[in-house]
Ligand binder design. Structure first.
Ligand code: ATP
Ligand code: LTN
Length: 326
């Protein structure tokens, strides 16, 4: 049987953090063993909030570099910048003609971002472009964090609607969301997710942060009253968040962490969390430093060329369905 296709994307909107890694990127790397994987730095999504044209190319390059350093392997998977493959935008337009404006108005990410940054048509249409990314390659599965679940549902709705109207073209993609780590919370406010765009840098740990920064941020992480290390999101969200991070970096279960650190106070546990994160990120940081910038550019352009060739017959099938083919 042919291997199933996996597609996912990340916005080059700031530095990649451990929430991105534990929620999604860790799966990107692991899935390469079994699936035909396509990974995309979604620069067209990123410009739905204002980016500085002078620094954006460097941000985009850096996002690609971090992905390579984490283990996205261009000899096994496709990796490219979204804007270099024009079929994404073309399919997005076609899907926009069957997308419901009512459903788009209900997307929580749109509501959040429109409240903060003001709205524009691109921000509103953002989930349609995401659906186009996924459906362009007929992806079967999409590794993402919890916050993207609603967008995946919209993608499936659009695929179903297209298939009903124009004939069976798209499989319905399944989200791959991890059981733990799907929603890593801010270190400063465990009620909000860790995010690249949070104005407070103390709220997150970046993949490239040095040991002293990691130690400081974990030490200052907001924790709950009482000194007991117990996995309980309702009563102890700050500690539960740190426990998930520790568990994911070391392989320890929540029960095991409670047995090892339960009564030892927060200080000892936080020290161990920081050490686990530092050790977990070290190989990525080493790999990042070893990458050659010109080689990274070359790999991304090569990925885009292969993606364009692969996308074209698939997109031609869509044009045929809609009555746009010559
Ligand atoms: P922004 O704050 O600019 O929206 P972000 O930090 O949410 O950025 P994205 O580029 O939107 O990052 O997301 C990349 C991937 O990381 C997505 O699959 C997303 O679901 C996942 N992700 C983002 N934040 C978290 C988090 N706090 N915990 C787990 N997964 C996350
Ligand atoms: N919307 C996603 C990024 C994204 C994506 C995709 C994820 C764009 N296209 C396709 C999975 C599949 C985000 O904000 N994290």
């Amino acid at each position: 049987m042919a291997r199933q296709t996996v597609f996912s994307g990340i916005q080059p909107t700031g530095n990649i953090h451990i929430g991105n890694y534990l929620g999604a990127l860790r799966n990107w790397v692991a899935l390469q063993a079994e699936y035909d994987c396509i990974y995309c730095v979604v620069d067209l999504h990123a410009i739905t909030v204002p980016q500085d044209p002078a620094t954006f190319p460097a941000d985009r390059h850096d996002a690609a570099k971090v992905l390579l350093a984490m283990g996205v392997d261009p000899t096994r998977s496709l990796l490219y910048y979204q804007s270099r493959v024009p079929q994404h935008a073309e399919l997005s337009w076609i899907l926009s003609t069957i997308a419901s404006t009512g459903q788009l108005s209900r997307m929580t990410q749109f509501k959040d971002k429109a409240d903060k940054a003001g709205s524009n048509l691109g921000l509103y249409a953002y989930p349609v472009l995401m659906a186009a990314d996924i459906l362009l390659f007929r992806a079967d599965a999409v590794p993402v964090g919890e916050d993207q679940k609603q967008h995946l549902e919209l993608t499936r709705d659009l695929a179903e609607r297209f298939n009903a109207r124009f004939g069976p073209e798209f499989p319905l993609p399944e989200p791959i969301i991890p059981k733990t780590g799907a929603r890593i919370m801010s270190l400063q406010d465990p009620a909000n997710k860790m995010s690249k765009s949070d104005p407070d840098p103390e709220s997150r740990i970046l993949i490239l942060d040095d040991a002293a920064t990691i130690q400081r941020r974990v030490k200052r992480a907001v924790t709950d009253s009482g000194g007991e290390v117990r996995y309980d999101w309702a009563a102890k969200p700050g500690i539960s968040n740190l426990m998930e991070m520790y568990g994911l970096f070391t392989g320890a279960s929540m029960d095991q962490i409670e047995a090892d650190f339960g009564g030892g106070g927060y200080g000892r546990f936080k020290g161990a969390v920081a050490e686990a994160i530092i050790a977990g990120l070290a190989p990525m940081q080493q790999a990042y430093r070893a990458l050659d910038d010109a080689e990274v550019d070359r790999l991304l352009e090569e990925g885009a060329a292969v993606a364009r060739e692969r996308a074209e017959p698939l997109q031609q099938a869509v044009r045929r369905r809609v009555g746009l083919a010559v």
